[in-house]
Design a protein around this ligand. Structure first.
Ligand code: ATP
Length: 417
């Protein structure tokens, strides 16, 4: 007998009404096409855990593209089809008020791996096969949506029992060999929900699967770290990865435990620095490193250029701190301005150097009142000298040598002499 979750699906405390309405619309369109349709994966897991639901993945037995087209025709929004796999991503119109969420519409499929760590070969299949290709039992449950079946829980791999015993368990012994990114996924779920990797799955994080991990592209590995830095409990996840030998296997430097407390330190508004917990995570990771260590991490994880620049910046800036110790505010400002503000902020977190905060909060906003236009009005010929004068004026303001328009005028007169 299937468990009936229709009441949970209708519970406004668990699923906000916009999401629920959307789910019901999808269910009715799938029914009109005569396609069995399910919501799967994290949605089901989080619903059973009574956790807030984020995105939802829809699987249909049949053709998810047809369902996607019908939804887009009926309700609008944007459909991005992937014809090869008969899947689509649908961005529902803003009338559903989903805060720009997207919906994955997937044609139920089975997957096979041509070699460990390769991307899978897929073919259309029934829902049960689709659940069998997934990572963990707790992620391999589905709730049927269409017609009279609405709310029926499909749990062929007994994910409910593992949810109860708080276990993360792979579906088969080759799971981490097929796709070692699942090691990261397992740790994310462990530490997010205070679960534990089931002993039989723990044993699969072994030299063989760690060896396959080493063959993954930098981009795939980086994506896993990005997801960790977005999590509330990111340091516990990094520590667990270390314990399982992942850092060693990938030849990556360790994350300094002293900096764990800074991982969730979003810049206060007065700093005027855009929050970016992923970049901040990498900055904390490399804050004690040398430039050559940053270079090799960047190469291994295939850092995009902005991330590479931010990481190099924090290392350079940290190296420069001692020599700037007795500098005037203008000296600090003209130097720090060349680097991304987030790198300066993270360096402030780890070093506590007050000048870094002064720079972000005050100094970098200090400008002279006089502009290039004023200099022209004074009869100066435009050219390089403009820049020099304005820079000198700004330095004088920063260093407290002038503090009013009158003083600024006197300062300019002395330059004109
Ligand atoms: P999260 O809350 O972290 O987003 P999620 O379960 O929604 O968790 P997604 O990464 O969005 O995770 O993936 C959706 C579903 O796809 C998962 O629940 C799982 O069933 C399946 N899945 C994702 N990645 C893999 C993988 N590497 N191997 C097998 N199944 C996977």
């Amino acid at each position: 007998m299937q468990k009936d979750l229709s009441r949970l699906l209708r519970d406004p405390k668990l699923i906000p009404s916009d999401k629920r309405n959307l789910l019901l619309e999808i269910a009715s369109q799938a029914e009109s096409l005569g396609m069995p349709c399910y919501v799967v994966g994290g949605f089901v897991r989080d619903l059973l855990l009574r956790q807030p639901i984020n995105d939802f993945d829809i699987v249909v037995e049949g053709d998810a593209l047809r369902l996607g087209k019908l939804l887009a025709e009926k309700y609008g929004g944007k459909l991005t089809p992937h014809r090869k796999f008969r899947t689509a991503v649908w961005t529902p119109p803003s009338t559903f008020d989903l805060q720009s969420s997207t919906l994955d519409l997937i044609t139920a499929r089975s997957e096979t791996y041509s070699r460990p760590g390769a991307l899978p070969t897929v073919k259309p299949a029934a829902i049960e096969d689709d659940l069998r290709r997934r990572d963990f039992t707790v992620n391999a449950m589905a709730i049927r949506l269409d017609g009279v079946h609405f709310g029926g829980l499909f749990d062929p791999l007994n994910g409910q029992a593992d949810l109860k015993s708080k276990s993360i368990r792979t579906l088969h012994p080759r799971s981490f060999m097929d796709d070692p990114t699942r090691i990261f996924r397992a740790i994310r779920y462990e530490k997010r929900y205070s679960f534990i990797l089931h002993p039989s799955s723990f044993a699969l994080v072994n030299p063989d699967s760690l060896a396959v991990l080493q063959t993954l592209s930098g981009k795939r590995i980086r994506h896993e770290f990005d997801l960790i830095f977005e999590e509330e409990n990111s340091f516990a996840m990094l520590a667990r990865l270390d314990e399982l030998g992942v850092f060693r296997a990938l030849n990556l430097p360790n994350f300094n435990a002293d900096y764990a407390r800074f991982l969730k330190s979003a810049p206060p508004a007065e700093f005027g620095v855009a929050a970016d917990e992923v970049t901040a995570g990498y900055l904390l990771w490399v804050a004690d490193s040398t430039l050559s260590a940053v270079e090799s991490l960047s190469r291994r994880l295939n850092f995009p250029s902005a991330l590479n620049r931010a990481c190099e910046s924090i290392v350079r800036l940290r190296r420069d701190l001692a020599s700037f110790k007795n500098s005037k505010p203008s000296g600090w400002t003209f130097h720090l301005e060349q680097f991304p503000p987030l790198a300066v902020y993270v360096l402030w977190l780890v070093s506590g150097e007050p000048a870094l905060k002064e720079f972000l909060v005050k100094w970098r906003h200090v400008k002279s009142i006089t502009t290039g236009g004023d200099l022209k009005a004074r009869g100066l010929t435009p050219g390089r000298r403009y820049g020099e004068i304005l820079t000198a004026l700004r330095a004088a303001w920063l260093d407290g040598e002038i503090g009013s328009l009158d003083e600024e005028r006197r300062f300019l007169n002395s330059w004109a002499d």
